[in-house]
Design a binder for this molecule. Structure first.
Ligand SMILES: Cc1cc2nc3c(=O)[nH]c(=O)nc-3n(C[C@H](O)[C@H](O)[C@H](O)COP(=O)(O)OP(=O)(O)OC[C@H]3O[C@@H](n4cnc5c(N)ncnc54)[C@H](O)[C@@H]3O)c2cc1C
Length: 559
């Protein structure tokens, strides 16, 4: 078996205005004989606000054509020009099962520092980052060998700085397009988009966990008993400080103690407490489910997608992914006026293979999959796209907005469980992967450098890193964005997005990435409002009055 350990210098970026020389260090695991470096690419990233360099370009280097073989430690001197990142990938040919097998050799920790529950992207990323800092981590998944289901899509300028290899993307497109005009014209944006290779990403994260010494186990967590809740170190008992005192209960009756527990169980969110009771919508209505009153302010993104072979001549440009096709000319005017708006999301994979998904961006109550499926096939027919074979069906159900878990509480949430999903877009992957390092740093330093902290104080540190007061205020704005979208019909939604994507790039980039800070939120909100036609401005004001707009504004303006 081949082990490859990559130093953190592997993913580098130079944002400064001067050239700098750096050294890339590669370390092979002591047990390995050799490994083959597949490629190193220098990738020019656009600085979000740059006007002159807004087209990302991949700059191939000689490494790309000459695979590098090396033993033990190798260092490569190289120069990194401003705005360049280095992304490298290593071929190892291991499968999920092979990596999981190697976890058997990792000794279990009976009293571990942290139990992370969930082997999705959020749980694995946090686990390996904590372990790299020297924290003892057990990562538990109901079935870690199960292949991930979602077809994740990412913006390349957000993905590349995270330091994950390009080989974790199965395809990239140099342009993204939007159909927002009734006459069918599309807006083409020179922003690169990628489709995550789910299996490669899962292997990459599992491998990082193994190399960092995480113990990954297959088990169902049935509950967690936390120590009595007190955030004051003065009032917590001396015995509780620095000790493993949360008890993780497994479905087979066994249990494990840990100093702290991270719930990364996804949107189902098994272990966290909410002010209002959580429950999954079940009752069917005309278009789908109805949402129980406890989650009245939650919306849901529903999409029905297929990875399919189609007859040649599907008409989509292979270098352009379609983020939103909001054309509605395949509907009768009555349907267009009375039915909820949906759009088509298209990843053209080849001349005869596509991933297409009919998406309800957000709805309350959510649309049913059946309904979205019918609309998908109706739209494909109108586009003249003939499906010859369906390889895979994706049923996408993403709860959006709604309440945050109680912050803080003894079990810390991360990823979908902590509601990191964007309340107005349903995206979360790059947000979670970029939030993981600061979260792991904060938690690791609380656990390792401040042994005097009680369990509650440690969880407070973790929650502050996930949902600081500032971040919670900002989330209210994104939630308001969701409420506005819920109000609009087909034509209003088109106009809204036309205005949205006509704003300066940095504003909508950062809105989509949940990266607008408070002063920018106000600037963004004003710019968007001014650019909208009167009837949509009116809707926005009505939504503002109904959904706590004045309170939101006061909170955004507060010092
Ligand atoms: C179909 C679909 C498509 C999506 N597409 C995108 C996209 O294109 N871009 C994007 O940014 N986001 C997307 N999302 C949203 C979001 O990024 C994903 O939901 C993401 O997988 C959430 O990651 P996570 O690690 O928090 O949770 P999950 O990926 O859901 O992982 C949770 C893990 O916890 C385990 N688990 C649950 N309960 C227990 C328990 N009691 N004991 C042990 N283990 C347990 C589960 O088995 C699972 O492995 C999509 C979501 C869906 C559903």
């Amino acid at each position: 078996m081949m082990f490859v350990s990559i130093s953190s210098a592997f993913a580098l970026s130079n944002r400064k205005n001067c050239c700098s020389s750096s050294v890339l260090s590669f370390r092979t695991h002591p047990e390995s004989t050799h490994c083959s470096l597949r490629r190193i690419e220098l990738v020019e990233r656009p600085t979000h606000r740059s006007k002159t360099r807004d087209v990302p370009r991949q700059l191939p280097t000689f490494f790309r054509t000459r695979p590098l073989r090396f033993r033990a430690t190798r260092s490569l001197p190289f120069s990194l020009a401003p705005g360049l990142s280095v992304v490298a990938s290593v071929r190892s040919g291991e499968s999920v099962e092979q990596i999981l097998e190697s976890f058997q050799q990792v000794k279990p920790h009976p009293d571990t520092d942290v139990v992370v529950v969930g082997c999705g992207p959020a749980g694995l990323a946090v686990s390996y980052l904590l372990a790299e800092k020297g924290v003892q981590v057990t990562c538990v998944g109901s079935n870690p060998a199960t292949r991930w289901i979602p077809n994740y899509g990412v913006w390349l300028d957000e993905y590349l700085p995270l330091g994950y290899p390009l080989s974790c993307l199965s395809k990239t497109w140099s342009k993204t397009s939007l159909y927002l005009q009734p006459d069918g014209r599309n807006l083409v944006m020179p922003r690169e988009y990628g489709r995550v290779n789910r299996e490669a990403m899962q292997i990459e994260l599992l491998r990082r966990c193994r190399d960092a010494g995480v113990k990954v186990i297959a088990a169902e967590v049935s509950g967690v008993t936390n120590p009595p809740s007190t955030l004051s170190s003065a009032s917590s008992s001396p015995e509780s400080k620095g000790e493993a005192i949360s008890l993780v209960q497994y479905a087979d009756g066994s249990q494990q103690s840990a100093r702290t527990v991270v719930d990364a169980t996804g949107h189902g969110c098994k272990l966290l407490k909410f002010d209002r009771e959580q429950s999954i919508p079940q009752q069917h209505t005309t278009y789908g489910w109805s949402v129980p009153s406890s989650q009245r302010d939650q919306g849901v993104q529903v999409a029905y997608g297929i990875e399919a072979d189609v007859e040649e001549g599907h008409g989509w440009d292979l270098d352009e992914m379609v983020l939103m096709d909001f054309r509605s000319n395949f509907l009768s005017s009555e349907e267009e006026q009375n039915e909820p708006p949906t759009f088509l999301y298209v990843m053209p994979m080849s001349k005869t293979r596509v991933f297409v998904e009919e998406t309800s961006l957000v709805a309350r109550p959510p649309l049913s999959f059946d309904w979205a499926k019918k609309r998908l096939y109706k739209r494909l027919e109108s586009l003249g796209v003939k499906v010859t074979h369906v390889h895979e069906v994706e049923l996408c159900y993403i709860p959006m907005g709604g309440d945050l878990p109680i912050v803080p509480q003894p079990t810390i949430g991360f990823g979908g469980a902590a509601r990191l999903v964007h309340p107005a877009t349903g995206y979360m992957l790059t947000r979670a992967l970029s939030a993981a390092p600061p979260f792991a740093n904060a938690l690791a330093s609380a656990l390792l450098q401040k042994p005097q902290l009680s369990a509650c104080e440690v969880s407070q540190v973790g929650w502050d890193a996930v949902w600081s007061v500032e971040r919670r205020r900002e989330r209210e704005f994104y939630k308001f964005g969701m409420e506005v979208l819920l109000e609009m019909d087909y034509s209003e939604t088109r106009i809204f997005f036309d205005c949205f994507f006509s704003l300066p790039e940095w504003t909508w980039h950062n809105f989509l990435a949940q990266n607008l800070r408070r002063p920018e939120i106000i600037q963004f909100g004003l710019r968007l409002f001014i650019s909208l036609p009167n009837r949509i401005q009116l809707k926005l004001m009505q939504a503002g009055v109904r959904d706590g707009g004045p309170a939101l504004l006061a909170s955004l303006l507060a010092p």
